[in-house]
Design a protein around this ligand. Structure first.
Ligand code: HEM
Length: 170
């Protein structure tokens, strides 16, 4: 599942970058022939968001996260398909800004789901090993104040006075 999450996250990043670039081109009146590509990449991004939401649901993230992702994806597609007809005239820039924000929200939510899953996995693995405290211990200065954290192995080597001496072979 981790591999799928990483693959979908990479897809979201690449497609997101393409989408923002195409959006800026369209906004500045260039590349109108690329609208079809932009719509296709947008739909791909929504499908990636839904895939991420499904993975997050399986990983046990709160239902609010993937319910929001489902609704947001739908809003992205509906707004993208209808935006040219909404508020025609001088106020159309409002729809353009809304479309951009909703699109950025799609990308951001897919990223957030991936982070959620990674954090969840990290917590589960550290809980299984008894938490972080067992892996690192605070190093104290001479007054007993904690100054930094050091891995347990490093501390143990220090208390033994360094590496064991080499013994000559028999
Ligand atoms: C998912 C991330 C998306 C981002 C970041 C994004 C961004 C943008 C931006 C900045 C523009 C130029 C400003 C504007 O005309 O509104 C634009 C235009 C456009 N977008 Fe998107 N978009 C996304 C998804 C979609 C989707 C899913 C569709 C449709 C299925 C779509 C359809 C369109 C269309 C048709 C235009 C041209 C509008 C016109 O010619 O006036 N976009 N997009």
């Amino acid at each position: 599942m981790r591999t799928v999450t990483i693959a979908v996250q990479a897809l979201v990043r690449v497609a997101g970058l393409i989408q923002i670039t195409l959006g800026v081109l369209l906004w500045t009146g260039h590349g109108t022939q690329l609208v079809g590509v932009h719509m296709l990449v947008g739909i791909l991004l929504v499908l990636a968001l839904w895939t991420m939401a499904a993975l997050a649901a399986r990983a046990g993230t709160p239902p609010a996260l993937w319910i929001l992702a489902l609704g947001w994806g739908l809003l992205t597609v509906v707004l993208g398909l209808t935006q040219t007809r909404l508020l025609p005239g001088s106020a159309h820039w409002l729809i353009q800004v809304l479309h951009l924000l909703v699109g950025l929200g799609t990308i951001g939510q897919a990223e957030a789901s991936a982070v959620w899953m990674r954090l969840g996995a990290a917590n589960v693995s550290s809980a299984g090993q008894g938490g972080n405290r067992r892996h690192s211990q605070l190093v104290h200065d001479s007054s007993g104040e904690p100054v930094s954290e050091a891995p347990q192995g490093a501390r143990r080597r220090h208390s033994h006075g360094g590496d064991p001496p080499l013994r000559p072979r028999a």
